[in-house]
Write a protein that binds this ligand. Structure first.
Ligand code: FES
Ligand code: MG
Length: 592
């Protein structure tokens, strides 16, 4: 453990350089006086108590995280109780469902804003408020770069949604409702009502979409208190863990327990194993890789297949299973899953966590979980439920979520030899083109078609759009074919159960092989060998490559241009590449 009385006494807080530096009274007075103007006292600021930042991601335009505005009061109480001084500050908001063209543009922007604040202000430790999809990786990436003591407080999922006696989960119900609308089973009002039924209370998506997945993985990494991820937003335990989180961060500052002590290579491997057992979102690989890169830990997209593929699905949550956040929490949440994986010998139990104790010791005394929702390792919902990482003659890497491929899909689309599909591609230039043309009968879409969408990656869209899970045309839906194999250089919502080939890297806009495809090209997908090959002669592909012209990209905002000029591919986390060179900045680059 990093803490000891000796560490506590010898450790000079960085905030004292601002608030109590007798060698520079002029600047000290300047720093102190303005914090007095809302009622703080000089005594507080010069008390030598840790100054704890609360990185606020909630606001009226970020409804998934808005609850953090209230939770921050409990965090502050916890910080005060433990002898710290809280300072709450906003970072750039990210709302998954509200931001155009896509919230994916904003993860790296929020990251940058947090780095600037943590580096440039008198903050000794930070509570990272997390919730909606990209808020969790954004704050962890920022904390990794600056590497000051940090702890994640999740906002928690919304309460379970219900409609006509059945559970309706965030996002997942949207895909189903769209099909019902297309098939004429419901009208517009019925569609709106059905979708709204899943939005029940404060909190983030209640399915195992990207939000609950990433908050669960933050906990699996050791960066939040045990049990934090799954407590529903409105539950009393949510406010209580906010208080405990505030208390704990003050102790972490005294212990100098930093992200680099916790987010080690072993911890990232644990998060990959946990992702499989949770049935986590396909957005997790790029986010976790991005956090690792900012932490200076090498993690490759192939690690997800190598470490995670053979791990079974243990958690029965939508979209891979049946239940929602409330049941997951009541069944035992992330600690119960970690204990199951630990007992099966699949985790590094000795890794440090924000508690100041190891993962193994955190879960040691846990009781048996509710086995209907969290299965025993020996009796899982699905065997080998991790991601498959694919490659081939048209791309270096792509992600496929195996846990959502059901028997019906295998029977319809995967044939002899087992798990091989051959068909023809129909290519769309982006979501607008898909919507314009999907019902065009001249495309000849049938059950042997792979729907391909391109120009949707980090550079092309820009930001990478969640559009790859394309619905077949209405005629096929009516004939009972409710999904087709799809592929694209964009992403897909974590709430979708589509077995798509996603995050194709490199993307078409930077000259990736997807750019060379033409509708009608034959393709072969072999899940056993993880190969996807366009069955086009090499010389023909080379000729197409020679004739390829980069698309003309139109930037609508300054940030779009800046991000496009620096962003990497999804296979390596979609990071701002120059930013990945800034590691542990307070130690390696100093303070301004
Ligand atoms: Fe914000 Fe799902 S849209 S958590
Ligand atoms: Mg999403």
């Amino acid at each position: 453990m990093a803490s000891s009385d000796q560490t506590k006494k010898s450790f000079k807080l960085r905030s004292q350089r601002w608030f109590d530096d007798p060698e520079d009274p002029g600047m000290t007075a300047l720093y102190v006086e303005r914090f007095l103007n809302f009622g703080m006292t000089r005594g507080e600021l010069q008390s030598g108590k840790p100054i704890i930042g609360i990185a606020q991601t909630g606001s009226d335009i970020a409804p998934c995280n808005r609850h953090h505005l209230a939770l921050a009061e409990r965090v502050k109480a916890g910080i005060r109780d433990a002898g710290g001084i809280p300072l709450e500050f906003p970072i750039h908001p990210i709302q998954e469902t509200g931001k155009r063209p896509t919230a994916a543009l904003d993860r790296n922007l929020a990251y940058l804003s947090l780095v600037e604040i943590l580096h440039g202000y008198p903050i000794d430790g930070v509570v990272l408020t997390a919730g909606c999809d990209k808020t969790t990786p954004a704050v962890l990436m920022g904390a990794a770069t600056v590497n000051i003591p940090a702890i994640v407080l999740s906002g928690g999922p919304m309460l379970d949604g219900h409609w006509k006696g059945r559970l309706t989960g965030s996002g997942t119900i949207v895909w189903e409702a769209r099909r019902m609308l297309a098939e004429g089973k419901i009208n517009y009002d019925g569609f709106m009502e059905l979708v709204a039924s899943s939005s029940t209370s404060v909190g983030h998506c209640n399915t195992m979409g990207t939000a609950l997945s990433m908050n669960s993985l933050a906990e699996a990494l050791g960066m939040s208190l045990p049990g934090c991820a799954a407590i529903p937003g409105p539950y009393r335990e949510r406010g209580q863990i906010a208080h405990a989180t505030g208390k704990r961060i003050v102790e972490m500052v005294h212990e100098n327990l930093r992200p680099s002590d916790i987010m080690t290579r072993e911890a990232f491997e644990n998060s990959i194993v946990a992702a499989s057992a949770l049935g986590a979102s396909t957005n997790c690989p790029p986010h976790i890789i991005a956090i690792a890169r900012h932490m200076g830990v090498e993690l490759k997209i192939e690690d997800w297949d190598r470490i995670g593929h053979d791990i079974p699905l243990l958690v029965d949550c939508q979209p891979a299973g049946r239940f929602l956040g409330e049941a997951f929490h009541r069944a035992g949440g992330v600690p119960a899953v970690m204990k199951e994986l630990l007992n099966a010998g699949k985790l590094h139990g000795g890794v440090m966590t924000v508690t100041g104790r190891s993962l193994a010791s955190n879960v040691e005394t846990l009781e048996e979980p509710d086995r209907e929702v969290i299965r025993p390792y020996s009796l899982p919902l699905k065997e080998r439920a991790g991601f498959a990482i694919l490659s081939g003659n048209i791309f270096d890497s792509a992600v496929m979520k195996i846990s959502v491929i059901d028997k019906a899909f295998r029977n319809r689309f995967l044939s002899n030899p087992p798990d091989v599909f051959t068909g023809k591609v129909v290519v769309f230039e982006g979501p607008e083109d898909y919507h314009d043309r999907i019902e065009d009968p001249s495309l000849g879409i049938d059950e042997h078609t792979v729907l391909v969408i391109r120009n949707c990656g980090p550079v092309g869209y820009p930001g990478s759009a969640e559009v790859v899970n394309m619905q077949p045309p209405a005629a096929l839906l009516k004939a009972g074919i409710d999904s087709l194999p799809t592929m694209g250089d964009g992403r897909q919502s974590g709430t979708s159960a589509s077995p798509s080939i996603l995050n194709v890297s490199p993307e078409a806009a930077v000259g990736g092989g997807l750019a060379l495809m033409k509708s009608g090209d034959p393709i072969r997908i072999d899940l056993n060998t993880r190969k996807v090959d366009l069955l086009i002669p090499e010389d023909e592909l080379a000729a197409r490559r020679a004739a390829w012209q980069p698309p003309k990209l139109v930037n609508k905002t300054p940030w779009e241009e800046i991000q496009r000029s620096m962003v990497g591919q999804l296979g390596t986390g979609g990071c701002l590449e120059p930013a990945t060179l800034y590691l542990d900045v307070l130690n390696t680059r100093g303070e301004s």
